[in-house]
Design a protein around this ligand. Structure first.
Ligand SMILES: [Zn+2]
Length: 123
C-alpha cells in the first residue's frame, strides 16, 4: 500500500488530467477511470477478475470529475508511467475491449455499477 500511496502522490504532482489536460496539482483526489481499452503497457493498468483483460486507466482532475457525471465517456487519454516518465495514449488509437460495467468496490470488495474510483484523498 505504501507503494500505491507514493504512486498516487507522484501522479497528483506530475500527471495532467486526461480530459482537460490541466495539472492535477489542485486536485484533492486522484480520480481513476477504467477504460474499455486494451493496455499494451505495464503501469498503471486495471485487470478485471471477470474477464482477465488488462485495461487502460485514466486520471481525471476533481473539476472534470465533479462537472461530468459520465466523465469516463469523455476521457481523451489513457496514462502510462514508465520509470518516472508519463506518457499519454490517445484513446481513439487503442484497441477496444468488451465493456464491463460491474466493478468491485475498491474499499469493500462488493460489486457496484461504477467505472471509476476516487483512489486516494488529501485534505
Ligand atoms: Zn480535468
Amino acid at each position: 500500500m505504501e507503494y500505491m500511496v507514493d504512486f498516487a502522490h507522484f501522479l497528483l504532482k506530475k500527471a495532467t488530467c486526461c480530459i482537460c489536460s490541466k495539472t492535477l496539482n489542485g486536485s484533492k483526489h486522484l480520480n481513476l477511470a477504467i477504460l474499455d481499452k486494451k493496455a499494451t503497457w505495464k503501469s498503471p493498468v486495471w485487470m478485471s477478475s471477470l474477464d482477465h483483460q488488462v485495461r487502460a486507466v485514466a486520471v481525471v482532475c476533481d473539476g472534470c470529475h465533479n462537472e461530468n457525471p459520465g466523465f469516463v465517456e469523455i476521457v481523451k487519454y489513457a496514462i502510462e508511467v514508465r520509470e518516472d516518465e508519463i506518457m499519454l495514449h490517445n484513446v481513439d488509437e487503442l484497441e477496444n475491449v468488451e465493456p464491463i460495467n460491474i466493478l468491485p468496490d475498491f474499499n469493500t470488495g462488493s460489486m457496484k455499477d461504477v467505472k471509476y474510483m476516487p483512489f486516494i484523498g488529501y485534505n
